[in-house]
Design a protein around this ligand. Structure first.
Ligand SMILES: NC(=O)C1=CN([C@@H]2O[C@H](COP(=O)(O)OP(=O)(O)OC[C@H]3O[C@@H](n4cnc5c(N)ncnc54)[C@H](OP(=O)(O)O)[C@@H]3O)[C@@H](O)[C@H]2O)C=CC1
Ligand SMILES: O=C1O[C@H](COP(=O)(O)O)[C@@H](O)[C@H](O)[C@H]1O
Length: 490
């Protein structure tokens, strides 16, 4: 069992308390942390939204949310009642005047608490809410503000949000969430690379042929079609989650685990990304949009039907990306992400080069290259493919076999959701797993280049049937280079 260290007593104000994110993710995450006795008894979680409900009604909604989103076997007797007693609610208009005095009065009851303000609202409210917090004297040394993604839709809008929030909060009190950084297996990348000598020494263009990063989802756009259609796979997933995975894979060793040391190294990777322009955009990127098909044996509608209208938004994107540095010169990073794919799967595949010369006969597959597969979700684990001798007296025949670690079997404990870790880090004031302003802006600066190239050379997204690995052009993107996507159904 992991040791659980309680955090300081806090009052966490969740703006957007009646919304989807709070219901599905934040309340269950806080519940788990409470049940594990990580949250002190004097802490409060204060919901804040415009909906006019009483604190009691909010508590009942929260109870329902936890029963719905936490498996019953995980809820210990009495824990739910205990947790609910820590909840309060104020109806507040984040962008207006209403409710702020009531919120200020509630917070004044416990002036010494750590005070995270979690903005689970649309990003256009981040500036107004922060200004209101300042106007009502609610920001102090122990305050932090948590910003959900997306931070803008391009560099200009990201800067505007960062400026507005930065007017009232210093950078060290701003926590920009990318929930992928809170996933245990993503953090494990740091351990894999920097706590083991064997991998880091091989982590160079001399030894690595290419890297693949896949984040595939089986879900469609669910109830978020309005947001998603303005966004698309590049903005929704690649600009943040996939680039963060790329950064952790490609960055140099940070001096230590301090927030700025880690973020400095990630920033260097983002700044080293080779720009994609109108000249090469159709060679190195593929946009796709799902049509009707079947996922997990169930028929599903196409994107346009779900949206109920025309759209050129991509629900899939694949790219060949280059990191322009000594370590990575000539090593392509193939990234792809999409909705309505055959399985939910996030993984990083590091493909090593073939041995330069084989002493084994050709038919024994003696030059098969090694491959490291880091499985981020689900069935978290790591697999290193190595060549071994096929047992038996029939000569020296080789075949690839796996050094396989399943985290579930190894650790035999529940994997906490990313939000559990991230919320506790906010209270602790540890920003290592959060994005700094310059990182977000560097990621947008690069993504804007891709968006501009697409706008300069417009192309309708290529259709792919739901339940497949994207348009055939995505297969061609990698096969043109004599490589192939790692696809292994589990
Ligand atoms: N849902 C998800 O899975 C994910 C969401 N996100 C991000 O999290 C944020 C919230 O998303 P989600 O929960 O899905 O959105 P919802 O639309 O479900 O919820 C929005 C919330 O904002 C509140 N709200 C709206 N206007 C105001 C206002 N003026 N003052 C105070 N509260 C207000 C709404 O309550 P009321 O109407 O009562 O005011 C509601 O509680 C977004 O930025 C989204 O992009 C990021 C990753 C995943
Ligand atoms: O941020 C987002 O992430 C989810 C995928 O997250 P995961 O933890 O389930 O892998 C994605 O569905 C959503 O569109 C996006 O906004």
């Amino acid at each position: 069992m992991a040791t659980i260290i309680p955090v300081a007593s806090f009052d966490c104000v969740v703006f957007g308390a009646t919304g989807d994110l709070t219901t599905r993710k934040l309340l269950p995450a806080l519940f788990y942390r409470f049940q594990d006795e990580q949250i002190p008894e004097t802490s409060r979680i204060i919901g804040a939204s415009r909906t006019e409900i009483s604190a009691e009604e909010f508590r009942e909604r929260a109870r329902d949310a936890i029963k719905r989103f936490v498996p019953p076997q995980d809820i210990r007797e009495g824990a739910l009642d205990g947790f609910i007693a820590h909840l309060d609610y104020v109806h507040v208009d984040g962008a207006g005047e209403e409710g702020w005095s009531a919120l200020a009065a509630l917070l004044a009851e416990r002036p010494d608490q750590v005070r995270p303000y979690y903005l689970a609202t649309s990003p256009d409210l981040y500036g107004p809410i922060c200004r209101n917090l300042a106007k009502h004297g609610l920001i102090g040394e122990k305050s932090r503000v948590v910003l959900e993604k997306p931070i803008g839709k391009d560099l200009t809008s990201a800067r505007a949000i960062n400026d507005a929030v930065g007017e009232v909060f210093p950078e060290h009190q701003i926590f920009r969430i990318d929930h992928y950084l809170g996933k245990e297996t993503v953090q494990n990348l740091l351990a894999l690379r920097f706590a083991n000598t064997i991998f880091e020494r091989l982590w160079t263009a001399d030894v690595i042929d290419h890297v693949q990063i896949t984040v595939a989802e089986t879900v469609g756009v669910e109830g978020r079609a309005g947001y998603y259609d303005r966004s698309g796979a590049l903005r929704d997933m690649l600009q943040n989650h996939l680039l963060q995975l790329l950064c952790l894979t490609a960055m140099e060793s940070p001096l230590n685990l301090d927030a700025n040391a880690v973020r400095d190294e990630k920033l260097k990777v983002l700044r080293a990304l080779k720009p994609i322009t109108a000249n090469d955009v159709h060679q190195v990127t593929v946009r796709g949009q799902y049509g009707a098909g079947a996922v997990n044996g169930q028929p599903v509608e196409g994107y346009l039907k779900e949206l109920d209208g025309p759209s050129r938004t991509e629900t899939f994107v694949a790219m060949k990306v280059e990191v322009q540095s000594w370590r990575w010169a000539g090593v392509p990073f193939y990234l792809r992400t999409g909705k309505r794919m055959p399985q939910k799967l996030s993984e990083i595949v590091v493909q090593f080069r073939a041995s330069p010369f084989s002493i084994f006969p050709e038919e024994s597959f003696g030059r098969e290259p090694n491959r490291l597969v880091i499985r981020l979700q689900p069935q978290e684990g790591m697999k290193l493919e190595v060549m071994t001798k096929d047992p038996g007296p029939g000569g020296m025949r080789l075949r690839p076999t796996n050094l396989d670690i399943s985290f579930e079997e190894t650790f035999k404990q529940r994997y906490p959701d990313a939000y559990e870790r991230l919320l506790m880090d906010v209270v602790r004031g540890n920003a290592t797993l959060f994005m700094r302003r310059d990182e977000v802006e560097a990621a947008w600066a690069w993504a804007d280049g891709v968006l501009k190239a697409w706008a300069d050379r417009p192309e309708t997204p290529r259709p792919y049937p739901a339940g497949t690995w994207g348009p055939t052009a995505a297969i061609a993107l990698i096969e043109r280079d004599g490589r192939t996507w790692h696809e292994e159904l589990r």
